[in-house]
Design a protein around this ligand. Structure first.
Ligand SMILES: Cc1cc2nc3c(=O)[nH]c(=O)nc-3n(C[C@H](O)[C@H](O)[C@H](O)COP(=O)(O)OP(=O)(O)OC[C@H]3O[C@@H](n4cnc5c(N)ncnc54)[C@H](O)[C@@H]3O)c2cc1C
Length: 386
C-alpha cells in the first residue's frame, strides 16, 4: 500500500482533536501546511454536553447553548448557592461544535476522513498512521486514542472514574429554575459512595439530569436508570416527563501517567494525553489551553513536547484521588466543605491551576477533614517531591 503524506495528522475528531485543528486553522503559521483529520465516527450526533466556566466573553460564545451565573450545591441537608460573579458556567452541545468545526475546516489543505486507525508507528522522520483503508505519513501525529495499558482496574495508580448517565427530560409543567445549574446534589446517593445528581436546566420544562459517581467501580445501566427515575420522581416531584436525549460517560480520574505515552513524533492529546483534570474530570477548557501550548511547541525549535500539570497541582489532585479511591464514602463531606467554606471564584482558580499558595492552603485547611489534611501533610513533608 502506498503512503499518502501530510504535514500533520490528527487522530480523533473529538474535543481535543478539533480544538487543535481549529487552533491550527486560525494561525497563519499553518496556512501552507496540510492536515489530515481521522475519526472512526461521522461525528454527526450530539454524543455529549460540554460545560465549563470562564470569565466574561469566550472563544465558543457563538456556539454556547446556555449560560448560568449562579449554581447550587446540595449536601449535608443544606443548599449552598454559588454566586459566580465575573464567571459564567457555559454549556455547549457537542453536535454544534462538530458542525462548526466541519464548516470552518472545509479548506483544500485540510482533509477529513472517516476511517478506523489501527496503528501509529514512529519513524526517524515522523509517524506512519495505518487505518482500515490506507497508510498516511506526517512529521507529527496527534493521537486521541487512550493507551491500551490504561485500565480502571489497575490498582498501581490512584484510579477512579467519573461515570454517569444523563437524560435530557421535558416536563409537562414547569419544574426547573433555569437561572441556576446544580453542580452536585448529594440528597440522593447510591449507598455511601460519592454519587450525586448534576442538573443543567435549559428552561423551566427542559433539563439535562445526570446521575453521577466518582468511584472506583462502574455500575449497571439499570442502576443509573433507577436513580434517575427516583430523583426525578422524588426530588423534582414529577412523573410526567419524556426523555428527549440520553448521554453516558466514563471519564478517568487518575494519576496514570498518560503524558509518558507521547513520543517525539506521536503526541497524545485529550483524555489520552492526560488533559483531563484528575480531581474534577473536566477537560474541555484544557483542550483549548493545551492546543495553544502544542501550537507554541510546533512553532518552536524544541525537539520534544512537554507540558504537564505543574507539580503542586499534581499533588493536590493526588490528595483528592487518594481520599476518593480509599475512602469513597467521604465524598459528600469533602465537596460540601469545599463549596461551603470557599468562594466559587477561588475554587475555579484552584481547578484551573491558577490559584496562589495561600488560596490552596485555605481550600485545603477549610476541608478540615482528617483524611484530606493527613494526605496534605504527608505530601507537604515529602516536599512535594514524590
Ligand atoms: C458524555 C460526556 C460528557 C462530558 N462532559 C464534560 C463537561 O461537561 N465538561 C468537561 O470539561 N468535560 C466533559 N467531559 C470530559 C471530556 O471533556 C470529554 O470526554 C472530551 O470529549 C474528551 O476529548 P477527547 O478529544 O480526548 O475525546 P473524544 O471527544 O472522545 O474524542 C476522541 C475521538 O477519537 C475517535 N477515535 C478513538 N479511537 C479511534 C480510532 N482507533 N480510529 C479513529 N478514531 C478514533 C473517537 O471516535 C472520538 O471522536 C465529558 C465526557 C463525556 C463522555
Amino acid at each position: 500500500m502506498s503512503i499518502i503524506k501530510f504535514d500533520y495528522i490528527i487522530v480523533g475528531a473529538g474535543a481535543a482533536g478539533l480544538n487543535l485543528a481549529l487552533a491550527m486553522n486560525a494561525d497563519t503559521f499553518f496556512e501552507d501546511k496540510t492536515i489530515l483529520i481521522l475519526d472512526k465516527d461521522q461525528k454527526n450526533k450530539n454524543d455529549r454536553t460540554w460545560s465549563f466556566w470562564e470569565k466574561g466573553k469566550g472563544k465558543w460564545d457563538d456556539l454556547v447553548y446556555k449560560t448560568w451565573n449562579q449554581g447550587i450545591v446540595k449536601g449535608k441537608g443544606e443548599t449552598i448557592i454559588l454566586d459566580l460573579k465575573e464567571f459564567n458556567y457555559k454549556t455547549l452541545r457537542s453536535a454544534d461544535f462538530y458542525t462548526h468545526a466541519k464548516k470552518t475546516l472545509q479548506k483544500p489543505r485540510i482533509t477529513w476522513k472517516t476511517e478506523q486507525v489501527h496503528s501509529i508507528t514512529q519513524t526517524d522522520e515522523g509517524a506512519i498512521v495505518t487505518t482500515d483503508k490506507a497508510n498516511y505519513e506526517a512529521e507529527f501525529a496527534f493521537d486521541s486514542r487512550i493507551p491500551e495499558s490504561y485500565s480502571l482496574k489497575d490498582t498501581s495508580y490512584l484510579n477512579i472514574a467519573q461515570h454517569f448517565k444523563g437524560w435530557v427530560i421535558e416536563t409537562e409543567t414547569p419544574v426547573f429554575d433555569d437561572s441556576k445549574f446544580t453542580m452536585m446534589d448529594f440528597d440522593l446517593k447510591d449507598g455511601e459512595s460519592t454519587s450525586f445528581t448534576y442538573i443543567l436546566p435549559f428552561s423551566s420544562t427542559k433539563a439535562l439530569v445526570e446521575f453521577t459517581y466518582f468511584s472506583p467501580d462502574l455500575v449497571s445501566e439499570s442502576t443509573y436508570d433507577d436513580f434517575l427515575k427516583k430523583y426525578i420522581s422524588e426530588h423534582l416531584r414529577t412523573d410526567n416527563y419524556s426523555i428527549a436525549e440520553t448521554e453516558k460517560g466514563i471519564i478517568p480520574m487518575t494519576n496514570f501517567p498518560f503524558e509518558d505515552y507521547s513520543q517525539k513524533h506521536i503526541i497524545k492529546i485529550g483524555t489520552a494525553g492526560g488533559w483531563v483534570k484528575a480531581s474534577s474530570g473536566y477537560s474541555f477548557k484544557n483542550c483549548e489551553r493545551k492546543s495553544q501550548s502544542l501550537i507554541k511547541f510546533l512553532k518552536s525549535k524544541q525537539e520534544f513536547y512537554k507540558d504537564s500539570t505543574p507539580g503542586k497541582y499534581k499533588h493536590y489532585d493526588n490528595i483528592f484521588l487518594e481520599v476518593l479511591t480509599k475512602e469513597n464514602h467521604f465524598g459528600e463531606e469533602l465537596f460540601y466543605k469545599m463549596y461551603k467554606n470557599n468562594s466559587i471564584q477561588t475554587i475555579f482558580r484552584f481547578l484551573d491551576e491558577k490559584s496562589t499558595f495561600q488560596e490552596d492552603l485555605k481550600i485545603i485547611m477549610n476541608l478540615s477533614s482528617s483524611p484530606f489534611i493527613k494526605g496534605f501533610i504527608r505530601h507537604l513533608r515529602s516536599g512535594f517531591n514524590t
